[in-house]
Ligand binder design. Structure first.
Ligand SMILES: NC(=O)C1=CN([C@@H]2O[C@H](COP(=O)(O)OP(=O)(O)OC[C@H]3O[C@@H](n4cnc5c(N)ncnc54)[C@H](OP(=O)(O)O)[C@@H]3O)[C@@H](O)[C@H]2O)C=CC1
Ligand SMILES: Nc1nc(O)c(N)c(N[C@@H]2O[C@H](COP(=O)(O)O)[C@@H](O)[C@H]2O)n1
Length: 190
């Protein structure tokens, strides 16, 4: 089965919304505002890109990434691998034409079926709403979390507040950086 990796910048209180400065959120840009830039903290971003063989996104994250990432040199590998967008509303004509092969999935069952196909790891960035439902459905296998030393309060969260059994995680890689950011890589114990 293919491994599904959830990668996110996250505040200590679990918020993932608007890390890069999207307008309309009071703390937008929290990954770089008042946090010193430490290049080593982002090493995992390059590694996860090289190791991924497909990207999965929620529809709203697709609408954030697709106008920008196809032309960004730093995301060149992502341009070459298949992309999957989960949406009940998107149609093929809404997809951008310069980002390579993109498939719309209509449900979590279709994500589960994708995981059963041949291939390597699949990465999902942000996509808060989709992440929460994937996690609750037991479909995420690994987390790459860069945890920022911030309490952001309001905002979309990576994890749901569903009343459910505990999910155990195994810490497989970690590092703390001089700016207070912590890298935590967890395998989900299925
Ligand atoms: N911290 C980080 O590292 C990153 C954070 N982000 C942040 O994430 C946020 C985007 O996430 P969010 O707004 O939650 O949106 P998502 O990207 O999760 O997209 C939500 C949409 O995806 C579709 N979808 C989600 N779950 C399902 C499902 N189970 N079945 C069918 N369709 C589904 C729906 O589309 P439809 O309505 O078409 O049915 C839904 O409206 C932004 O605020 C962005 O800043 C983004 C990237 C990185
Ligand atoms: N989870 C995650 N991993 C990366 O490698 C990223 N570059 C991002 N970026 C976040 O997604 C939004 C748009 O990205 P760029 O600004 O184009 O990098 C934005 O919110 C970024 O913080 N996310």
């Amino acid at each position: 089965m293919r491994t599904l990796i959830s990668s996110a910048f996250v505040s200590l209180d679990g918020v993932v919304e608007a890390p890069g400065g999207e307008p309309g959120y009071r703390n937008a840009g929290w990954t770089f505002k008042d946090i010193e830039f430490v290049p080593e903290a982002y090493e995992i971003k390059g590694r996860e890109q090289e190791e991924s063989t497909a990207i999965l996104m929620g529809r709203l994250s697709y609408e954030v990434f697709s106008p920008v990432w196809p032309d960004r040199e730093e995301f060149a590998h992502y341009k070459t691998i298949p992309k999957y967008v989960v949406s009940t509303t998107l149609t093929d004509k809404d997809l951008v034409s310069n980002w390579g092969e993109t498939t719309i999935l209509r449900s979590l069952d279709e994500v589960a079926a994708l995981k059963e196909t041949k291939g390597g790891s699949i990465i999902i960035h942000g996509s808060a709403t989709l992440n929460r439902s994937l996690s609750d459905a037991g479909l995420i296998d690994r987390y790459h979390l860069l945890v920022f030393p911030l309490l952001l309060g309001a905002g979309k969260r990576l994890f749901s507040n569903t009343d459910k059994d505990a999910q155990k995680l195994k810490l497989v890689e970690y590092q703390a950086f001089s700016n207070g950011v912590q890298k935590n890589v967890f395998d989900v114990v299925h």
